[in-house]
Design a binder for this molecule. Structure first.
Ligand SMILES: Nc1ncnc2c1ncn2[C@@H]1O[C@H](COP(=O)(O)OP(=O)(O)OP(=O)(O)O)[C@@H](O)[C@H]1O
Ligand SMILES: N[C@@H](CCO)C(=O)O
Length: 321
């Protein structure tokens, strides 16, 4: 359970006094998530999420994330809307941490997506890319290629305590990616963490996208690669071509991939698998004492990386030739 920071009743009610959203009826820590502290908040005026931003979120980036959610919601995308306090500001502080209140979205996060869910997700991702095009702010991807060697160094020799020869495998892979990592691909706002827990469905339709705290300016196709990794592998580690096909077709029905994006897809999938393997590895080795959080398995992404290493063409992910 991701509650790194406990909020007392007194702290919460003092914080809510700065908002015009009624009085609290109930609040509780939310079990899901690994990055930030989240509370579900039910007041006399409705349901909200109170988020306290933790270690990986830089305070200076919060205006980008909150401004982006505002922009996308105004464009009709179903994402949370940050609530402004009485001073008209979306950001405050509680229990010593930067904090915001955002609107609650209905829907269910699907743990085992079908091809139909993957198709809907592909469409929603492309809609997000298009809706972000006229957002005025930019933010470099802090977890792109340049951040991987330092993350790897943070894990260091301890990597091998997680799996035999993981350090050697990862070092070799980083070296290989260095010479082939693409640049100059069509870019704009990407979500960068659109895993199944960050997408809500009502029936077969996407009802909401949440958790924009890795959003940044980067290649659109990298975002698609992240989703292929997160949605299209089965529990036994195999890639489900039908799901990949559905996701890519869903995406292309809204935004067509350019030939250079198609060509780069296998490398982008490898790179995004590396990114999640490394952040998971560092988290696995550094669980903060007392935190209510279950770290995610880095080896799941080590295995995905191994799959991508052998892919030569986007057809192998389901792109129709
Ligand atoms: N706007 C929202 N509406 C409804 N539920 C929400 C909303 N925002 C967050 N949640 C709930 O809180 C949980 C954790 O939120 P979120 O994914 O933002 O946390 P996180 O710690 O940043 O997670 P992650 O590990 O995915 O980065 C979600 O899985 C969801 O159940
Ligand atoms: N979605 C990430 C965790 C949050 O960044 C993962 O599964 O590793």
């Amino acid at each position: 359970m991701a509650v790194y920071t406990e909020v007392t009743d007194e702290e919460l009610s003092a914080f809510l006094d700065t908002y015009d959203i009624g009085t609290v009826l109930s609040y509780k820590g939310i079990a899901e998530g690994v990055e930030n502290t989240n509370y579900f908040l039910h007041t006399t005026q409705g349901s909200y999420i109170l988020t306290l931003y933790e270690k990986r979120v830089r305070e200076a980036d919060l205006p980008f994330f909150l401004g982006l959610m505002q922009h996308l919601a105004n464009k009709g995308l179903n994402c949370p809307l940050p609530v402004s306090n009485r001073k008209g500001e979306p950001l405050g502080r509680v229990a010593g941490r930067p904090a915001a209140i955002i609107t609650f979205l209905d829907g269910i996060a699907i743990r085992r997506p079908t091809a139909q869910h993957c198709a809907a997700l592909g469409g929603a991702l492309a809609n997000l890319h298009l809706a972000g095009q006229d957002f005025g702010m930019t933010r470099p991807n802090a977890l792109s290629f340049d951040s991987w060697p330092p993350l790897f160094a943070q894990a260091g020799a301890q990597a091998d305590t997680v799996s035999a020869r993981l350090a050697e495998r990862t070092g070799r892979e980083l070296e290989a990616l260095k010479s082939v990592w693409p640049s100059g691909l069509p870019s704009g706002v990407i979500h960068a963490d659109l895993f199944t827990d960050n997408v809500f469905f009502i029936g077969p339709k996407v009802s909401g996208l949440i958790d924009f705290y890795f959003a940044c300016t980067d290649a659109f196709a990298y975002d698609l690669a992240i989703c292929l990794n997160a949605w299209c592998f089965e529990a036994d580690g195999s890639f489900n071509l039908t799901k990949g096909q559905a996701m890519i077709a869903g995406y292309q029905a809204v935004r067509r991939l350019k030939s250079e994006e198609v060509e780069a897809l296998p490398i982008l999938c490898r790179g995004s698998a590396m990114r999640f393997m490394l952040t998971r590895l560092v988290d696995w080795l550094n669980v903060p004492p007392g935190a209510l959080v279950k770290p995610k398995d880095p080896l799941e992404y080590d295995r995905k990386l191994n799959f991508h290493r052998h892919v030569r063409h986007a057809r192998e992910y389901g792109l129709d030739a």
